[in-house]
Ligand binder design. Structure first.
Ligand code: NDP
Length: 320
């Protein structure tokens, strides 16, 4: 049995691709994942209030949003398999995909939506205060009342850290940017903005080493990376912006990736370097990384896959 379309991954990109593919009457199988690269549903499953997803004027809880997308994919006929894909062979056609539970499927077309994982520091106290002061997404969590008029810290020195620090000044009284070296990697323009911002204080040679508080984060211990001196920084928030790791380990020798490991897509499309394989969402996006942009590229991938399969005249349809 050869599947028309297999979608690997179940964040906003994967479910949106499944909804569009279902509506195009493509028989679609989705590997939702199980634990590799996070729980099914993607990064929004570990977020609380999502206030910027259009259509939810009062905001929506991340897991609730993903549950709705999942239901919508099911409504349009997607077959969801809660299992991790552990191997793919894109050198043969139909493409071969194997899962941890030993399911082996062949696919005429594949959409990869495996996302990216925000890097964490795994500090002592991190698990306890995750979503209660510690986060890896300022845009997702910055408006949380916890941070209103508070002092907060951002770790990192790249464009993400600088952007997050600037963004967080809307809510926080003061933002401490913790940079482990003595230079920022961010673009010059962004650097100028943080240097000139009165609410941002840069701590050079600084790395957080532990998080403390009661029910919520109250302070972070930081170490001077040059002298080793340890000090306390009383903050109500700690945001990691130390980069993301795209979940592309499976595809390393099979698809063209950029130097950071993201899948390369062609022009304004979601096409990869192999005809019949598309990539959508954070696995191919190192710039925007929003639920809405992931959903948008999931839609694009499904439309492109549908057109391509029609041109091949090789797919079967099913009534929904
Ligand atoms: P980067 O890899 O550029 O920067 C990561 C930063 O985190 C570096 O300053 C690094 O320090 C620091 N860091 C890494 N590990 C640790 C650690 N364990 N402890 C403390 N600090 C750590 O990641 P970004 O996510 O910022 O950016 C990724 C790419 O996306 C870049 O190409 C960037 O330009 C792009 N981007 C573009 C945006 C835009 O155009 N609007 C917005 C956001 C990102 P060190 O320098 O010492 O290694």
């Amino acid at each position: 049995m050869v599947e028309n379309l297999v979608i690997i991954g179940s964040g906003p990109a994967g479910y949106t691709a499944a909804i569009y593919a279902g509506r195009a009457q493509l028989k679609t199988l989705v590997f939702e994942g199980f634990c590799v690269g996070g729980i099914p549903g993607g990064q929004l499953m570990t977020t609380t209030e999502v206030e910027n997803y259009p259509g939810f004027s009062e905001g929506v809880q991340g897991p609730k949003l993903m549950q709705q997308m999942r239901q919508q994919a099911l409504r349009w006929g997607a077959m969801l398999i809660t299992d991790d894909v552990i191997a793919v062979d894109f050198t043969q056609y139909p493409f071969a995909i194997a899962s941890a539970d030993l399911l082996e499927v062949k696919a005429r077309a594949v959409i990869i939506c495996t996302g990216a994982t925000a890097k964490r520091l795994h500090l002592p106290g991190e698990e306890k205060f995750w979503n209660n002061g510690i986060s890896a997404c300022a845009i997702c969590d910055g408006a949380n009342p916890l941070f209103e008029n508070a002092e907060i810290a951002v770790v990192g020195g790249g464009d993400s850290a600088v952007e997050e620090a600037l963004y967080l000044t809307k809510y926080a009284r003061k933002v401490h940017l913790l940079v482990r070296s003595v230079r920022l990697r961010a673009s010059k323009t962004m650097q100028e903005r943080v240097f000139n911002h009165t609410q941002i204080h840069i701590h050079w040679h600084s790395s957080p080493i532990s998080a403390h508080g009661d029910k919520v984060l109250r302070r972070v211990q930081i170490r001077n990376t040059q002298t080793g001196a340890v000090s306390n920084l009383p903050v109500g928030g700690l945001f990691y912006a130390i980069g993301h790791t795209p979940n592309t380990q499976l595809f390393q020798d099979q698809l063209e990736l950029d130097e950071a490991g993201y899948i390369k897509t062609q022009g304004k499309s979601t096409a990869t370097n192999i005809p019949g394989i598309w990539a959508a969402g954070d696995v191919q996006d190192r710039v925007y990384r929003q639920a809405i942009t992931a959903a948008g590229t999931g839609c694009m991938a499904a439309l492109e896959a549908e057109r391509w399969l029609s041109e091949q005249r090789s797919f079967v349809t099913f009534a929904v």
